[in-house]
Design a protein around this ligand. Sequence first.
Ligand code: NAP
Length: 285
Amino acid sequence: MKDKIILITGATSGIGFQTALSLAKMGAQVIVTGRSQKSAQEAVTKLKAESKNERVDFLLADLSAQKNVRALAEQFKARYERLDILINNAGLAASKKELTEDGVESDFAMNVVTPFLLTHLLMASLKKSASPRVITLMGGDVPAVLDVDNLLSEKSFDGLNTYSQTKLAMMAMMYEFAQREKSATINVCYPGQASTSMTRSVTPEMLPRAMRFAFPLFKWMTREDGGKSAAKASRSSVYLASSKEVQGVTGKYFDTNCKEAAWSPAVMDAGNRKQLWKIVERMFK
Ligand SMILES: NC(=O)c1ccc[n+]([C@@H]2O[C@H](COP(=O)([O-])OP(=O)(O)OC[C@H]3O[C@@H](n4cnc5c(N)ncnc54)[C@H](OP(=O)(O)O)[C@@H]3O)[C@@H](O)[C@H]2O)c1
């Protein structure tokens, strides 16, 4: 991995940090993104110390706004000659309906628009790599049905159900991207559940009504564990980034055990994909 340049979004903590750590230990040049100078600098210092790899750096971007995604891509292109691996790790599970500055529901913006736009903007850098890879992280449940009439929470916002719907929409977009773009491999992986700032900020109201009684169990499962579960959950991203087994493999979905898994029927529905592609393209500013 020593000759690889890797960009990982949302890697100052959680699963992204652990992914960065494993890949830095393998000798790759790793660039992490975060929103604040302080947390990014701290993460880089820790990554360098723990990996004994000095080729770790950061770029700042709040990825909820398209102008920042564009600025991140520009900064990356100005600094690095090419991109071998892009890991779209940053994601959002919002507790209530909020619109980004682009006027897009925030889960949809972070989980669908941002990874799609960033991948698109960095495609020229990826094409300079001998074997470019794009990896995007899936959420928890994989719904069988995409609620196409409520993609942007126009009708209702429903906590983790909304989050799962946006991750399903992302899967459909990435599957379609892989069919259209053959110069990079484009895959999706599910990390598995981990204790991170995302899961620790889940409130009972975000769980489906019928599951709220189990909130104490959820809290217990996502208690602070010093990054242990996040390290475990980084396996599938690390596998897709580094394994020779997936050289040339594209348009696939891998589970937390790094095994290829079936796409949801909603992803296989070409009508869904066509509709989504149009909606997302129209959002670009
Ligand atoms: N944790 C789980 O159990 C779980 C399960 C299934 C799937 N996933 C998926 O795995 C991925 C990583 O999850 P995680 O739990 O590690 O997430 P997390 O704890 O929320 O990740 C934190 C990272 O995301 C960055 N970040 C947060 N909001 C951002 C924004 N608006 N713009 C840019 N960066 C932002 C943070 O940067 P700063 O705070 O430094 O700015 C930090 O680097 C996500 O896509 C998530 O959906 C997680």
